[in-house]
Design a protein around this ligand. Structure first.
Ligand code: DWN
Length: 410
């Protein structure tokens, strides 16, 4: 179900000199954060369905290029062949897509778009309406079905050098929150080089490690997210390839993300000034160790907060059966005694259980039906939109517990 990962996938630090021969050097990735054994964050199963199981969740830091990465790699077929996460239909995501399309169009006049990890085709459908010709790639059979019903042509499979060979050359490549899910970066980059022509614009959007650390967003650390990127680690990855960093744009989505605009080294312009973000970046192992201390403190606080409310006879529910919810619930050791249900808009998640627990996931209407005293906002990255959406429930006394960046009751 998983394999051990013990060398840096960006710069090769601590890589054994040959398969099976231990590295002669004393190079070792540095353990910086450990949440023990956890269920898979999107392993939402109906009653009686078999669970995928439990896997160690530990983060290692590369002292050479600053990439933080998990100590294991879960079989991607287990994670993604049938995927519960569907791109959010929220207003915030639609606004993000509009900004992304604007920023891409300001950098490229290209009209053909390949999206890697296209999910249900939501972004590509929006780009198609803007006049782009689109093609998606995604390994999830259930999501490809949704995309095709959305009239978005989608190739089923994991993107890499092999799959790239059967794909057309394209003006624009987009990979949103998929690159940090990939184990073999070299194979992925070879795939990018195969589909890119001289002027292709490659746009890779990932959570930014600086934001993860600053907001103590430890609940975004789960088995799908194999890597936590810094610009320094991307430079290390691209250095030996035919590709180069062209521009970096920051977005607030998903708790803070960066769009890495990448071009071929033989495309114009040759020289691009270093961004301010890159000049200021200085993430070291100690930042992750401090992050770990804060995260474990937040976990203890949330556990104590919920258990105190329950001891007073108050009811607590959750909103957003996000991957993040699984991390919080597992780290806090919550069960249905603590959280009576989680409400969620995603049909594939409704009437399942939070991975590894007896906590049911139900529809959003449950909040108004049950009027719990407190609702844990596991989808805190949509905070304002959620608070607006649940104005009526809040007027009836429901309070939200927002766990990130600091536990807050609103
Ligand atoms: O990288 C990934 C990120 C981009 O998305 C994936 N590996 C997994 C996924 O992470 P997540 O599940 O934490 O993503 P979200 O979008 O933060 O999840 C929000 C959840 O909350 C969804 O299940 C939908 C739900 N939701 C809701 O029920 N009502 C969301 C909103 C805004 C709402 O109003």
């Amino acid at each position: 179900m998983y394999k051990i990962h013990n060398h840096c996938r960006a710069c090769g630090y601590a890589k054994p000199v040959a398969q099976g021969i231990k590295s002669s050097s004393t190079e070792k990735l540095i353990p910086v954060f450990d949440l023990g054994i956890q269920p898979l964050a999107n392993d939402f199963c109906k009653d009686g369905e078999p669970h995928a199981g439990y896997v160690p969740l530990k983060v290692l830091y590369c002292p050479r290029c600053s990439l933080a990465q998990l100590s294991v790699v879960v079989d991607p077929v287990t994670l993604y062949r049938h995927y519960a996460y569907v791109t959010s239909p929220s207003k915030m995501m639609r606004q993000h897509f509009a900004a992304l399309i604007h920023d891409i169009s300001s950098e490229s006049e290209g009209k053909s778009v390949l999206e890697i990890g296209s999910n249900d085709g939501r972004l590509l459908h929006m780009m198609k309406d803007c006049g782009f010709s689109v093609l998606g790639v995604d390994p999830a059979e259930n999501l490809c079905e949704l995309a095709r019903r959305n009239d978005v042509p989608t190739q089923i499979g994991f993107f890499g050098e092999d799959l790239a060979r059967i794909l057309p050359s394209t003006d624009i490549v987009i990979a949103r929150h998929v690159f940090c899910h990939v184990d073999d970066w070299q194979d992925f980059v070879h795939g990018l080089e195969a589909v890119a022509h001289k002027d292709t614009l490659i746009c890779i959007e990932v959570p930014y490690a600086g934001d993860t650390i600053k907001g103590c967003e430890f609940d975004t650390i789960y088995h799908e997210h194999l890597s936590y990127l810094t610009i320094k680690s991307v430079r290390a990855l691209l250095e030996p390839t035919r590709l180069r960093l062209h521009r970096i744009i920051r977005y607030p989505i998903h708790g803070g993300a960066i769009l890495l605009m990448i071009r071929r080294k033989d495309s114009a312009p040759e020289l691009v000034p270093m961004s301010t973000l890159e000049k200021e970046e200085n993430i070291i192992a100690q930042d992750w160790i401090q992050f770990s201390d804060t995260a474990h403190d937040q976990i203890s606080r949330l556990r104590a907060t919920v258990q105190a409310f329950r001891a007073q006879g108050r009811t607590v529910a959750g909103l957003g059966a996000s991957a993040k919810s699984t991390v919080w619930i597992s780290a806090c050791g919550f069960s249905r005694k603590d959280i009576s249900f989680i409400a969620d808009t995603t049909p594939q998640k409704q009437y399942t259980f939070s991975p590894g627990t007896d906590i049911p996931v139900t529809d959003e209407g449950a909040i108004l039906r049950e009027l719990p005293d407190y609702v844990l906002m596991f989808a805190w990255n949509y905070r304002e939109e959620i608070l607006e959406k649940f104005k009526l429930a809040r007027s009836k006394g429901v309070k939200f517990i927002v766990p990130v960046p600091k536990i807050e009751i609103v």
